[in-house]
Ligand binder design. Sequence first.
Ligand code: URA
Length: 421
Amino acid sequence: MSIDEFIDGVVDGTIPDEEVVLWLEKVFSEGLTTDETVFLTESMRDSGEVLSWPFPGLYVDKHSTGGVGDKVSIPLAPALAACGLKVPMISGRGLGHTGGTLDKLESIPGLRVSLEVDEIVEQVNDIGLAMVGQTEGLVPADRRLYALRDVTGTIASLPLITSSIVSKKAAEGISSLVLDVKFGRAAFMESRDAAENLARSMVSVSKGMGISASAILSTMDQPIGYSVGNSLEIIESVETMCGRGPVDLEELVCVLGGMLLRSSGMSEDLEEGASKIQDSLYDGTAFNKFLEMVGSQGGDKGIFESEYSLMRGLGILDSDLFSTTIEVGIEGWVSDIDAMTVAEACLEMGAGRKSLGDEIDRRVGVALEVQVGDYLEKGEVWATIYHSEERIEEIARMLSGAIQLSDSEPVVQSRISEVIW
Ligand code: URA
């Protein structure tokens, strides 16, 4: 049976679960060559609808393997559109300790993320971007394969992860893709070597399918920026789109955007591309694109008029949302803030899902006052918890263990460890 026939049988159900599982287990234990992975990924892409576009070359997207406080896509997509690229961005929801772009966007009252394929196409053609969820029609093969991988312990396979991620991006009909592959204690891949293998596999397979792909390896030990929690991350994304974002977040947005501008021939090199993206954050064009997208997807643009209306619109000022500050008991340089502990505290408060289908509270989260490299006096506040239960002692205790102070000033490094072309 050819790989195309196998994928057809996966989608139409003529191949029973036991046979699909045998195949998954074989791939899990023996692996696939790059060429075989390309064929598999192409078959998966073609198992459903594939978007097609009038100006090939200009359509781009980004994928991140997920992190804590990872709101990069929210400022990045409008910045790319402001620079003339077209972004049909299909994202996921959060599960476990990592958040999802869709959950963050849904903090905006009225904003719809379930668009039909023709609505996505029309909106991208009109305003240059759409930020939406996976549609039923795209890559149906991945839904069945992923569900079977999930229950048979075959998730952690390089060719299966590669084909799952790349097929969904390829079905968007994009010509360039950038991947943010994270490593560290709060990343999908803890070790740098595993992250590098995944990045190289996804880049090679994308290129094998004619997509101009590149990747970064970036650290995921501390939260990105200062906010973790859906509504709080929208506020930080808006700050970033207005040129007032945290340095680490802005760097990720500019570098990933610069790579896509270079890949699609809109800039000579990464530096020129990154500087165009930064200009769009500082001159208001990225934020204007974001507002166009919010309006087009039914969201209430009025909440973005002032800082107060934004906080109110996102529910941060609701009378049943409480805030509790936590202070440090000693003075010193912040040498670590454990992203995993912050994420687990947020998950406990209902910011994320423990299992698929759980209800979440988009207003709750943690706003950090500091990042690694800052100095705190004894008794200074380092974080504010936004929570819906009045009793918060346990969460506060949990979070207190996330911060480490040191007597000496730590060296602050870029989160970006390597760029892979
Ligand atoms: N994300 C996906 O979409 N698929 C995988 O296999 C792993 C992460």
